[in-house]
Write a protein that binds this ligand. Structure first.
Ligand code: PEP
Ligand code: MN
Length: 337
């Protein structure tokens, strides 16, 4: 339920509405927008329906949110959210590109590639320390050592860093050492993990599950937001379809659809979507044209030797060329890169 306050509602009036919501056993979430202040009441709304909230002083309207997800919906917040950290804010005019290897393989390689993607214009270094591999015999990542190398790369280059969290036991480590915490496609519906992500304030990059609908993705985002962390950035990374020429099928329509349904920013990962180096450029261009707030791209100094996802990784030179092209497209679209 959303309680829309009158312009100029006083703090005492707002507090009074909050008291009523809490007394009914619901959680109030205050959102002060440019035009109006609204209070979301989350929880079992049946107790609230019997209260005449409309007649409380300072209240303009009371609306039911029809969507199954509440706090991430556009109904809850009509203006787009701008989410990020340390100067890398997604959802505004400025676009951001996160780039780096699929996995952190060693310190030298990571710092080298960090310098190259930064020179090309990336603002975030990506790299998996904990890798979700289909086979238990495949390289599983350097784990805590990899997180240390990411922190070193951050120190050396000034780039912010993003890495994947697979287990709640590693949340504290990542919260301390990285700037963006990624929840991978395979864990999009790991609800305990999502709830844990609600306990920190770090921006969470939530990747769409392999067979998740847009509604499923938004409900997973709702888990994080409803548990206390409003800082969620969605990521479309392709879904499983019957097509097997590509690794996944990039659902380009998810970008404008999510812009309509939610106020959260959305980025696109063309690398895991296409699974092929030659598709990264066209999918990146399509993503920005469709309204994405940024991209996450795999870049490796020597893809033939990569411990994971070499076939979809760009070489540093290819990434630099793509960035130039993306900059021209961004200008055309009235955005900055
Ligand atoms: C990744 O970004 O390294 C990754 C494993 O992606 P996804 O979870 O989208 O498969
Ligand atoms: Mn990968």
């Amino acid at each position: 339920m959303i309680i829309v306050l009158k312009p100029g509602a006083t703090q005492a009036e707002i507090d009074h509405v909050i008291e009523k919501i809490e007394a009914a056993g619901c959680k109030p979430h205050l959102s002060r927008g440019v035009e109006r202040t609204i209070i979301g009441a989350i929880g079992d709304e049946s107790a609230l329906r019997n209260l005449p909230l409309e007649i409380l002083p300072g209240v303009d309207q009371v609306l039911q949110i029809q969507k199954p997800y509440k706090m991430v919906s556009r109904e809850f917040k009509t203006e787009p959210s701008v989410i990020g950290t340390g100067g890398v804010m997604l959802g505004g005019k400025r676009l951001h590109v996160m780039a780096g290897p699929c996995a952190v393989e060693n310190r030298e390689m990571l710092i080298g590639i960090a310098k190259q993607v930064k020179a090309a214009g990336a603002t975030v270094l990506r790299g998996g320390a904990f890798k979700p591999r289909t086979s238990p015999y495949a390289f599983q990542g350097l784990e805590a050592e990899g997180v240390r190398y990411l922190a070193d790369a951050r120190e050396e280059t000034g780039l912010l860093v993003a890495t994947e969290l697979m287990d709640p036991r590693d949340l504290e480590l990542l919260d301390r050492h990285v700037d963006f915490i990624q929840i991978g496609a395979r864990n999009m519906q790991n609800f305990r993990l999502l709830k844990e992500c609600g306990s920190v304030k770090k921006p969470i990059i939530l990747k769409r599950g392999l067979s998740a609908t847009i509604k499923d993705l938004l409900l997973s985002a709702e888990y994080i937001v409803a548990n206390g962390n409003p800082n969620v950035i969605l990521c479309e990374r392709g879904i499983r379809t019957f097509e097997d020429y590509t690794r996944n099928t990039l659902d380009i329509s998810a970008v404008p659809a999510i812009k309509t349904l939610s106020h959260l920013p959305i980025i696109v990962d063309p690398s895991h979507a296409g699974g092929r180096r030659d598709l990264v450029r066209p999918l990146s261009l399509a993503a920005l044209a469709a309204g994405a707030d940024g991209l996450m791209i795999e870049v490796h100094p020597n893809p033939e030797e990569a411990l994971s996802d070499g076939p979809q990784s760009l070489r540093p030179e290819g990434f630099a060329t793509l960035m130039e092209e993306l900059r021209r497209l961004a200008a055309f679209l009235g955005r900055e890169l």
